[in-house]
Design a protein around this ligand. Structure first.
Ligand SMILES: [Zn+2]
Length: 209
């Protein structure tokens, strides 16, 4: 992601001018807080809805979003139900993990990290997973997403949340590390392309069935 969220404390005079030419969203809260989103590249979108129903009517794609993988208690049962849908069963894990229909928050970076932690080859099909592998995959989704959340996310440019710069990219196991040693077995990490996106994995630790 790119862009910057900042929060100004109540002590600041809200009548002061907006501090950036790129501020696209300015939210003034009761109590004096102000939140500002700077979006120099104009990739962001911000909409306000008066109800959940209005949101679902105007943005129907929201209905197809998968589970919230950041929940403190990961919804394993729901995760496995979605995994067993026909649309997911006969596709490689490297493709379905970033579809957002399984877990809403997984992007291309986290996909590789999750599969490495779960020791699953990205070409494995969902219908080839054993019950313990499904459990392990769900746990890996939860661990990677929560760790990234605690590190304010990941950025390839300049994305900042309101509480700091994204920095989880410094903790990657395999993402972006083609040819470098696997942190577990020291084999060279490989890169493949799935649906026009790069997937990084260790051919020794993540063996195809
Ligand atoms: Zn390895």
């Amino acid at each position: 992601m790119t862009g910057v969220w900042t929060i100004e404390k109540p002590a600041k005079d809200l009548s002061s001018e907006i501090p950036s030419n790129y501020a696209k969203v300015v939210l003034d809260f009761d109590g004096g807080m102000r939140a500002i989103f700077d979006d120099m590249r104009n990739f962001g979108r911000f909409q306000v809805f008066s109800s959940e129903q209005e949101l679902l009517e105007q943005v129907p794609s929201v209905k197809t979003l998968g589970i919230n993988g950041l929940q403190e208690h990961f919804p394993q049962e729901q995760f496995e139900q979605l995994l067993s849908l026909p649309i997911n069963q006969t596709k490689p894990l490297g493709e379905i993990l970033i579809s957002s229909r399984l877990v809403a928050e997984i992007g291309n970076v986290y996909k590789s990290e999750i599969l490495f932690l779960a020791k699953l080859d990205p070409n494995t099909f969902a219908n080839e997973l054993s019950s313990s592998e499904k459990k392990c995959l769900g746990q890996s989704v939860s661990i990677i997403l929560r760790r990234a959340f605690e590190q304010n996310g990941v950025t390839v440019a300049n994305y900042q949340t309101a509480v700091g710069t994204a920095q989880s990219q410094g903790l990657h196991y395999v993402y972006g590390k083609e040819g470098k040693p696997c942190p577990t077995c020291k084999s060279a990490i490989e890169r493949i392309v799935q649906k026009q996106r790069s997937t990084y994995y260790c051919p020794q630790c993540q063996v195809l069935k």
